[in-house]
Ligand binder design. Structure first.
Ligand SMILES: O=C([O-])CC(=O)C(=O)O
Ligand SMILES: [Mg+2]
Length: 206
């Protein structure tokens, strides 16, 4: 294992592996996308209830979230630039691991250059009001899934999953087993076996 994986609260597993291993409905809508190619989001959630078109809650959240946490913010899907380069620099300085936002962000190129993982519903230029101070640490709904503070959020090129904090260890152990099994299967495929026989899809005699 390399250092990145050792350091990784999700043991380096992909969103797809974690979803399959969980056997739960923990996948957010595919409409929440990485802001830049190669972004990987991973860490315990710190939840933020904001108001669409208003980003004061995010300015406060950066100060309240613990280091290594992922800000998980419900901005109602609104098409505004709720987050940009300035907030990214502030978040990086405080050791925040990334942002998952049901709403819009801006400054995509600058955020990519800073290497800060952001997953959002849209990119939008329009600036925001600064009126609503936000509610923190309570369950929020993002991408159709309820996320609570402490849930393990993992996002990559395929999408985002949120593992309930109480079940995360079980899911990670199941993901380890799934990866080991698939590594074995792929070795058989390289020897010339087929997916149909290895998975026994047609055992019913169709
Ligand atoms: O308007 C804001 O507070 C968001 C923003 O542009 C930035 O973070 O650069
Ligand atoms: Mg800005």
């Amino acid at each position: 294992m390399n250092d990145r994986v050792t350091d990784d609260p999700a043991r380096g597993h992909s969103s797809a592996t974690l979803l399959e291993a969980s056997r739960l409905g923990i996948a957010l809508t595919p409409d929440l996308r990485p802001l830049w190619a190669g972004a990987r989001l991973c860490g315990p959630a710190f939840t933020v209830q904001g108001a669409g078109g208003d980003n004061l809650a995010l300015h406060h959240a950066v100060l309240q979230a613990p280091p290594r946490s992922v800000l998980v913010a419900d901005l109602g899907g609104a098409r505004f630039g709720h987050w940009g380069e300035v907030l990214t620099v502030a978040a990086l300085h405080r050791g925040i691991a990334g942002l998952l936002i049901d709403g819009g962000v801006r400054d995509a190129a600058e955020i990519e250059a800073l290497g800060f993982p952001v997953f959002s519903r849209n990119n939008a230029i329009l600036g925001t009001r600064k009126d609503f101070r936000g509610v923190f640490g309570h369950p929020v709904t993002v991408g159709g899934i309820t996320v609570d503070t402490g849930d393990l959020v993992v996002g990559d090129a395929d999408g985002v999953v949120a593992l309930p904090s109480g079940g995360a260890e079980r899911i990670l152990d199941a993901a380890d087993a799934r990866v080991a099994h698939e590594t074995e299967l792929m070795a058989r495929l390289r020897e010339g076996r087929s997916t149909l026989e290895l998975y026994d899809f047609e055992a019913g005699g169709r």
